[in-house]
Write a protein that binds this ligand. Sequence first.
Ligand SMILES: C[S@@+](CC[C@H](N)C(=O)[O-])C[C@H]1O[C@@H](n2cnc3c(N)ncnc32)[C@H](O)[C@@H]1O
Length: 289
Amino acid sequence: MNQSKIWDAYSKSYHNIEKNPAGFQFSLLNMLRVNEADEILDAGCAGGHLHQYILQQRKKDCRLTAFDFSLEMTKIAAARMIKYLNNPFNSQIEDISDQEIENVDLNSPLLEQNKYKVFQGDVQSLPQLNDNQFDIYISNLVLQLVANKDQALQEAFRVLKPGGKIGIVIPVVLGNVPMLSLQKCFIQAGLIPNAAYKPTELENREGLINFIYKHGFKEIVCWNQTIPFDLFDIDDNYIFPQFREILDKASKEQVDQFYSLYKSEVQNRLNLNLPFTVEALSLIAKKPL
Ligand SMILES: C[S@@+](CC[C@H](N)C(=O)[O-])C[C@H]1O[C@@H](n2cnc3c(N)ncnc32)[C@H](O)[C@@H]1O
């Protein structure tokens, strides 16, 4: 399955857990001062779960543009925003039917009137967007998934105004407890080989800062953050897309073995009175004037 189809298939599960990574995104929005911007871009926005919040924080007449390379994700974002704009007190994703998502019009005039645009697009190539268009480019937990990270950064730099700010979050795999627990269970159930994970160059402060600096950004601020995930029982929503694909092709015996191991992992964590935690490196920087 190609990458965007994998995220299409995971889109419903993701909106059941999206509140967890929102912890990183809230910090980014605060650090970037979204309330001061005229044009904001959310790159790899998934189901747009913080878009209502950004609208509430934004300056009058600020425009929010968002995209994701999964069409299903963009449909969820648009359906949710339409529901919110029609009824701000009843816009929970649970209240939106599958049909509303399926039939949503990404170009609905209601979205345009409210200066909101969501489209299907790839961070590596954004011909839909102008040079020097945005005050803020935000991308939470996306860059680690992208094949050509240099190209993604070049596009981010291009679409930002001089003086505009980028904000990104990169997960630190060796500090991602749900991911490590899944990996362990997959290895023990014979579903994946036991190979030591080698962190990418972006998973340490120095590497990430150098990468952003290399692309012309200045005034870099980088911090480490750890957030809890509300994982208290075995829950399929936390079987991340790369694992889901393997599980779907496995034998029943291996699947049963996996679930039994996963159950113990969750119980072990609860026995330690600890939540499952995810660590990430966050960074904000400016395109020079
Ligand atoms: C872990 S989710 C993060 C979503 C969202 N930013 C958040 O904070 O919840 C990763 C998202 O990146 C999207 N994605 C992955 N590669 C992409 C690419 N090359 N261009 C655009 N979106 C991409 C996926 O479809 C998915 O919605």
